[in-house]
Design a protein around this ligand. Structure first.
Ligand code: RNT
Ligand code: ZN
Length: 424
């Protein structure tokens, strides 16, 4: 059998000619793709357990299911796992942290008192790799979120606690940005909502808006360093009838307050796609933020697969020329398979779809559309689907010094055997 590197080289030559025949320079496409950052979510690595002394896992309508062995326990193991995952993923990466990944050591503090110092290990880790960091306040897995309400809680004391938490997170994000030299997205998702039909749908939303205004009025934060975003959701497990932070509530909020809106691909009706929303929002907002995930029936958080839905998202970003204005992050959690593999699979698929969008020929389909020749448009779109993209992907992986093809799987299995399965 010819060794895989040689095949990749041959495939590259072949693809270069075929794509250039279709008017596409694959080298330029690879270069463009490599500039787009994808933010990998730390929480796939340990079922959102985090590093606080009381690890509670997910709650508030989100759930990890499965008990695959080898889960990272604590920051050091998680960073080890991240290193392995990153060694298999091409392109520019950021790490997306949740506040419950603070490492307090002996310090006693609740979430309303976290500081950048509680993230010093993460900052050092990111700086060493030249990576940016993103941030999320954690409004779940906490005694003040136990009844399912946080920023919209009827009790002012509890609201205040969460407001202070979010403020601390923006301060931490600002420190991330200063230390890494890259702006930090700070994404607010709250679990607040009702399992059953509310009697009053307005009051919680009013409280949420007031709380958010309180968080964002903080003037000490440089908005070019901290990129604020709010994330809506249609429903969650146990929060089926009403979510306070619905699409309309938070899109309107983001628009009027001039912050980012987060489109999570698992947070809409099953036949409603976030890809359809990107170009609309780009007409009104300078920046938006994505949580790319894969919804399956009522679960919004399966590992990202290389699906048509994913491709549509990346096509919209690239075809619209929005790759600097749509900030891409991933958001899923699967505890039923190797957690490092889950990261790698989802990240590689996202990079793959992004690269594929960059190499997909555009000129003639756009031209056909202008001329009203929809037959030609569809005929070309369908032909382009079988261009030799796998050759471009393999070449891209090689160029980025990560394994092409299935070359990473054996290495991952070795790490699983030698490290992950030895964890108690
Ligand atoms: C929940 C949201 C949210 C979380 C993370 C862990 O439905 O998608 O983004 O998944 O904050
Ligand atoms: Zn999300």
């Amino acid at each position: 059998m010819a060794d895989y590197d040689k095949l990749v080289g041959r495939g590259y030559e072949y693809a270069k000619e075929i794509y250039s025949h279709n008017g596409v320079d694959i080298d330029a496409a690879m270069e463009d793709c490599s500039k787009v950052a994808i933010s990998m979510h730390c929480w796939q690595g340990d079922d959102i357990m985090g590093c606080e002394s009381v690890a509670a896992g997910a709650s508030g309508g989100i759930q990890t299911t499965g008990n695959y062995p080898g889960r990272a326990r604590g920051g050091d193991e998680l960073r080890n796992d991240l290193d392995v995952a990153l060694s298999f993923i091409p392109g520019t990466k950021k790490l997306n942290l949740h506040a419950n990944y603070a490492e307090l050591g002996a310090r006693k503090a609740d979430r309303d008192a976290y500081t950048p110092d509680d993230f010093k290990n993460w900052i050092a880790w990111a700086k060493e790799k030249g990576m940016g960091l993103d941030m999320n306040p954690t409004f779940f897995s906490h005694k003040y979120a136990a009844d399912g309400f946080t920023l919209s809680h009827p009790d002012e004391k509890i609201r205040k606690f969460w407001i202070e938490h979010a403020k601390r997170c923006r301060e931490i994000a600002q420190a991330f940005a200063k230390e890494t030299g890259k702006p930090a997205v700070t994404n607010v998702w709250i679990p607040d909502g009702y399992k059953d039909t509310p009697a009053d749908t307005v009051a919680p939303r009013k409280r949420l808006i007031e709380s958010l205004d309180e968080i964002y009025k903080d003037t000490g934060i440089d908005r070019s360093l901290v990129l604020d975003a709010v994330e809506s959701k249609l429903f969650g497990i146990g929060v089926e009838s009403y979510t306070v932070g619905s699409h309309e509530t938070l899109l309107s909020y983001a628009l009027t307050r001039k912050i980012m809106y987060t489109l999570d691909s698992g947070h809409y009706h099953p036949t409603e796609y976030i890809s359809d929303k990107i170009s609309s929002l780009m007409l009104y907002m300078p920046l938006i933020h994505l949580h790319v995930t894969r919804g399956v029936r009522w679960d919004s958080d399966h590992v990202v697969a290389f699906t048509d839905d994913l491709q549509k998202i990346m096509d919209e970003i690239v075809f619209g020329g929005f790759s600097e204005r749509v900030l891409i992050g991933l958001d899923y959690f699967d505890a039923s398979i190797n957690r490092v593999a889950a990261w790698v699979i989802g990240m590689r698929n996202t990079q793959k779809a992004l690269l594929r969008a960059f190499v997909t020929p555009r000129k003639e389909t756009v031209e056909a559309e202008k001329n009203g020749d929809f037959t030609l448009r569809l005929a070309l779109q369908e032909e382009y689907k079988t261009l030799p993209f796998s050759c471009v992907w393999d070449a891209y992986c090689e160029k980025q010094n990560v394994p092409a093809g299935d070359g990473w799987i054996e290495k991952l299995k070795k790490y699983e055997r030698e490290v992950m399965l030895k964890r108690g």
